[in-house]
Design a binder for this molecule. Structure first.
Ligand SMILES: CC(C)(COP(=O)(O)OP(=O)(O)OC[C@H]1O[C@@H](n2cnc3c(N)ncnc32)[C@H](O)[C@@H]1OP(=O)(O)O)[C@@H](O)C(=O)NCCC(=O)NCCS
Length: 199
């Protein structure tokens, strides 16, 4: 696995390897850069993300990869590459921005457009939610989506997040203001869903 041979990452704290039924979530590595660049440069993905520019270059993907791995070192984030568990084929990205003082974190994700609607994001998000509550002791996980990001909205609902509200015109994307929906899940709510078999 390329993550294990990235010399510039040696000594840094790494994202733990997580498994789900079909997926492997592993640390982001240099070998992912080409996949990250081509996936995000795809307008189908880029148009639905909140902040990334278009075109999205290899240099941008390299910078992002370094930043998230150094973010691991100071505990401000935890990012994984989502892969097929059997073939290790690149599928997408999953991440948590961690707010240590609040025992809270924000979830971020995207999936290569050629792999959409196979349930991968929902599976990876649910595995990451389990990790956030059970392994790193979070009290609250939150997530936002652009109001017209309907696939993400579906994923969020399938994970059992609770809608908190709509942030009006809180995002300016390609020169246009957009509403953003914000959701959260508290530890107790997670435990109740676990009891009911959703987790
Ligand atoms: C959001 C995203 C990560 C979902 O990835 P995915 O692996 O396709 O997600 P899943 O297959 O687990 O679930 C997608 C669900 O959305 C549904 N969906 C797809 N397009 C939809 C639409 N236009 N309206 C409503 N639901 C939609 C799918 O049918 C599926 O639900 P189902 O399993 O009940 O049928 C992917 O679409 C993506 O990368 N989008 C661009 C980036 C992005 O939006 N990131 C999130 C920022 S908040």
């Amino acid at each position: 696995m390329c993550a294990l041979v990235d010399s510039w990452l040696v000594g840094l704290k790494r994202a733990p390897i997580l498994h789900s039924a079909r997926l492997l979530l592993r640390p982001v590595c240099v070998g992912d850069v080409v996949h990250i660049q081509s996936s995000i440069d795809d307008k189908r993905v880029c148009d639905n993300l909140s902040y990334v520019p278009h075109p999205y270059t290899v240099e941008m993907a390299e910078t992002w990869t370094r930043n998230v791995n150094f973010g691991m070192a100071n505990g401000s984030c935890c990012y994984w590459t989502i892969c097929d568990q059997k073939t290790e084929e690149f599928i997408g990205s999953m991440g948590l921005s961690i707010h240590n003082e609040q025992d809270g974190c924000e979830m971020h994700y995207w999936v290569n457009a050629d792999q959409w609607n196979k349930g991968y994001c929902t599976e990876a998000a649910k595995r990451t939610i389990v990790h956030a509550f059970e392994d790193i002791g979070m009290h609250r996980v939150f997530i936002t989506h652009r109001e017209n990001g309907l696939a993400s909205k579906t994923v969020i609902k399938k994970c059992g997040f609770v809608l908190e509200g709509i942030l009006r015109d809180s995002l300016k994307r390609f020169g246009k203001f957009e509403n953003v929906a914000t959701y959260s899940m508290l530890h107790d709510e997670y435990l109740a869903m676990k009891k009911n078999g959703l987790y």
